[in-house]
Design a binder for this molecule. Structure first.
Ligand SMILES: [Zn+2]
Length: 214
């Protein structure tokens, strides 16, 4: 079979990632124990489960793969990494009682410019595996978020929080929602999105990202 990441042909048993690529990923452990994302979120927000697949830093294996997926328009990479995440990160918990998968939204102008949303294949793959619906219509971006490089963390967080809004509140009430993004870098976007959802009575949140910046 052909590796989804490096395109080399290898002897495989179902997973479309070759042993070399797998080794290069330095996988991130189990959710709620030693997982990079849950360690980061712990104490910052109330959540049920959190998991990232692997550490993300400039030029490491995961960042190269995600760059290929995004700029080489190869969503299959994101799907394969998502399957790996779902299988490796504690199958006891996932999907548990999660009612819906919520992709962190990007603005339509950015979507137009980029041509595709790299979070979509992650959300769709989880949905297919777990038979849990993706709700694209509940977390929306109000206005175009210009690049926040150079601002403080609090500036980024405030900006994200102001630019996100929640819709269909009646449907969300009392639900356990899984927020999905490709990379958690500063965490400002993910935390702002979760805070918005947690304003709805009875909502619980969990998190999945492929990479957690270190
Ligand atoms: Zn490979």
């Amino acid at each position: 079979m052909r590796c989804a990441c490096c395109d080399r042909v290898f002897e495989g048993d179902g997973l479309e990632i070759c042993p070399d690529c797998l080794k290069g990923l330095q996988l991130g452990g189990n959710p709620n124990r030693d997982n990079l994302l849950s360690l980061f979120l712990c104490g910052r927000i109330k959540y049920r489960y959190a998991a990232s697949l692997a550490a993300y830093e400039p030029q490491n294996h995961l960042s190269e793969l995600l760059r290929m997926a995004k700029y080489g328009n190869r969503p299959r990479i994101n799907s394969c990494l998502t399957r790996l995440l779902a299988e490796r990160c504690n199958p006891v918990h996932w999907p548990g009682d999660i009612d819906a998968i919520i992709p962190v939204p990007i603005h339509w102008r950015r979507l137009l410019r980029r041509g595709y949303n790299q979070v979509t294949p992650i959300a769709d793959t989880l949905s297919e595996m777990w038979h849990v619906p993706v709700w694209n219509d509940v977390l929306l971006r109000r206005h175009f978020a210009a690049s926040q490089v150079g601002h403080t963390w609090q500036d980024r967080y405030d900006h994200q929080r102001a630019s996100l809004r929640v819709s269909h509140i009646d449907r969300l009430r009392g639900r356990h929602l899984l927020l999905v993004d490709d990379i958690c870098t500063t965490g400002a976007t993910l935390l702002a999105a979760a805070e918005r959802l947690l304003e709805v009575p009875g909502v619980q949140v969990s998190f999945i990202t492929l990479g957690k910046a270190i």
